[in-house]
Write a protein that binds this ligand. Structure first.
Ligand SMILES: [Fe+2]
Ligand SMILES: [Fe+2]
Length: 241
């Protein structure tokens, strides 16, 4: 098994590992810049595959930031492997994440980001958006790269299948189909629709992303604002009670 690597936006490389048993892609996003950033450390079991794929773009030992949305194995399971490999690397996640999980788990202190903080990697600027309980987890947050308008979406727009690296077609419909399928089994209730959910998704929509870098499924290019508003409608229908 090898990972697929595609540049989905300038200097944003999507490293995709497809797991047929789950019919699911696990995507890791590598940003090539003065301070290289990897969004999603990935599962520990996938570390050799993802490390080899990172190595096709840049020297993995030069990674500076290992960022992720929330404390879950596919987001940060291999975090310590990266920290061991790259001496200057540091985890970057929400301030809540550092306090309630990451700083106990990681071998070095992480950088805790508050809503609105900017993590500059060189020519690119990542705005941290606190998204508590969206997609799930008290510690959830996302990064928005402001110069190219790329939103690193974590589990938002999650959809099944081994689709293309980037699509302009309807990822909301794909995501709805996957969520409805999950509602039939043990993976039901993926997201808690809280009083904050619509506000958070509207705030993300207002960023007007051009590219949605999606953890599970194809990335999207097009009207990211409308896609996020439509996703809220789906979440409200399925999880809003
Ligand atoms: Fe998750
Ligand atoms: Fe995930």
């Amino acid at each position: 098994m090898t990972a697929k690597v595609d540049e989905i936006a300038p200097d944003v490389f999507r490293i995709c590992v497809y797991v047929p048993d789950f019919q699911l892609q696990f995507n890791h996003f590598l940003i090539r810049d003065d301070e290289p950033l990897l969004f999603h450390a990935g599962l520990r079991a996938m570390f050799p595959l993802v490390r080899e794929a990172v190595g096709r773009v840049l020297d993995p030992s030069k990674l500076r930031w290992i960022a992720f949305s929330h404390f879950e194995s596919d987001e940060c399971g291999a975090l310590n492997h990266w920290l061991e490999l790259a001496p200057a690397a540091q985890a970057a996640c929400s301030l809540v994440g550092t306090i309630v999980g990451v700083d106990d788990y990681a071998i070095r202190p992480s950088r805790g980001l508050a809503d609105g903080d900017v993590l500059a990697t060189g020519k690119y600027r990542f705005r941290f958006c606190s998204t508590k309980h969206v997609p799930h987890g008290w510690d959830a947050g996302l990064l928005f790269e402001e110069t190219q308008r790329t939103l690193l979406c974590s589990d938002l727009f999650h959809h099944a299948g081994d689709g293309e690296a980037v699509t302009g077609s309807d990822v909301v419909a794909r995501s709805k189909a996957t969520i409805l399928e999950y509602q039939k089994g043990p993976l039901a209730d993926y997201l808690p629709y809280t009083p904050m959910t619509a506000r958070i998704l509207k705030k993300l929509a207002a960023l007007k992303p051009k590219t949605l870098a999606i953890m599970h499924g194809s990335s999207f290019t097009g009207n990211g604002e409308q896609a996020l508003l439509d996703l809220d409608t789906v979440f409200r229908e399925v999880f809003g009670g």
